[in-house]
Design a protein. Structure first.
Length: 362
């Protein structure tokens, strides 16, 4: 029993802040759902970067979604001040009773003070000093061993204020929307693909050191195609990611459907929901596949599967036995290539896929 628990019944509005990358924002969705379950009459807003807004758009129970422009810092002082003031004015008008800040971003401390919410919770960061600590009414502890899944870590903010998430309700949620669903259905129909009739592979990442080599991806595709599987490849529009997929496609002699760089985030969610299996590295699309309930094979290298593995879905983790992993480095020695990934054998990834497909690998 938390002695200083927040009386949610007395709170009319809450603001959940997650100013991080796409996957981080997606994994914060259980916080919104849990708050909604415990306080159904409370209006729940969220504040995220503008490019990550699709991760939460359309969620049931989300009252308003506010955004910070990722590019605001590159604008002139006058324009940036105008945008910042407009955002602050919108937030102030909401008169929040509770602020749930889910990262170390300094904006959360300033907002907790400026918006004068009665209750506010954020991670305990001893290195930030008194300003940080005194900005919030509650601070939640970070794990000392560093091994706690990001979903549970986000939910720790609620545990600290007396909200205990139900074990079977800690769901990561994503809503593609009708428009994205319709476009993906049309794209699949054009290529003769039905829901459940293909494997979705997303081999790229904005972080090159998290990627499995093109030749091994191609070999895996060759094996799966030889078994009669249809493969759909995707990536973000980034030039390097598209180039990686094109390299893989060139090695597979037409065995794939290439949608690299052609889908929005919402459409990516709709696509992966229709796949029989997802295969990819530690990245937002992996979390998206899990959120949509698609069985997943996840390749891990320098990042840790205990913190970032697929959440609440049938999955297999393929990782090396290197004693140094997970190191969190951008490649061995900072060299942008991770030996723990580049040495992963195709046989292990194929075997993991076969297990989830309910088959014995050839």
């Amino acid at each position: 029993m938390v002695k200083d628990a927040v009386p949610l019944a007395d709170c009319r509005r809450a603001l959940v802040i997650k100013l991080r990358h796409h996957g981080d924002v997606l994994l914060a969705s259980p916080v919104l759902g849990t708050l909604g379950e415990h306080a159904p009459r409370m209006a729940i807003d969220a504040l995220v970067y503008d490019d990550t807004a699709p991760m939460l758009e359309g969620l049931p129970g989300l009252a308003e979604l506010h955004t910070v422009g990722r590019r605001w810092r590159k604008l002139g002082a006058t324009q940036r001040l105008f945008l910042e003031w407009r955002l602050f004015s919108e937030l102030r008008e909401r008169r929040y009773d509770l602020i749930v800040h889910l990262s170390e971003h300094p904006r959360g401390a300033w907002l907790a003070r400026a918006l004068r919410a009665r209750y506010s919770v954020a991670p305990a960061l001893p290195g930030r000093g008194r300003f940080w600590a005194r900005s919030f009414s509650h601070l939640y502890a970070l794990p000392r061993n560093g091994r706690r899944h990001a979903v549970e870590l986000n939910l720790d903010a609620l545990r600290r204020i007396g909200v205990q998430p139900a074990h079977d309700r800690r769901r990561v949620r994503f809503v593609p929307g009708a428009e994205a669903e319709a476009r993906v259905d049309a794209l699949l129909a054009e290529r003769g693909l039905a829901a459940g009739g293909f494997i979705h592979m997303h081999p790229a990442s904005r972080w090159h050191f998290k990627c499995w080599p093109a030749d091994k991806n191609a070999e895996l595709i060759g094996r799966l195609a030889g078994e009669g599987r249809r493969i759909v490849l995707t990536s973000a529009p980034d030039e390097e990611e598209v180039a990686l997929v094109e390299d893989i496609v060139a090695r597979t002699q037409g065995a794939t459907v290439n949608l690299a760089g052609k889908l929005s985030v919402k459409e990516l969610g709709a696509l992966t929901a229709r796949a029989r299996l997802f295969v990819g590295v530690d990245s937002m699309p992996m979390h998206l596949a899990a959120a949509m309930g698609t069985p997943s094979v996840a390749l891990f290298g320098p990042s840790g599967e205990h913190d970032w593995g697929p959440w609440n879905v049938a999955h297999r983790i393929v990782a090396s036995s290197h004693s140094c992993r997970p190191c969190g480095n951008d490649g061995c020695g900072g060299g942008k290539l991770s030996e723990c990934l580049t040495t992963l054998p195709v046989e292990r990834v194929h075997a993991a896929a076969a297990e989830l497909l309910g088959e014995t690998p050839a």
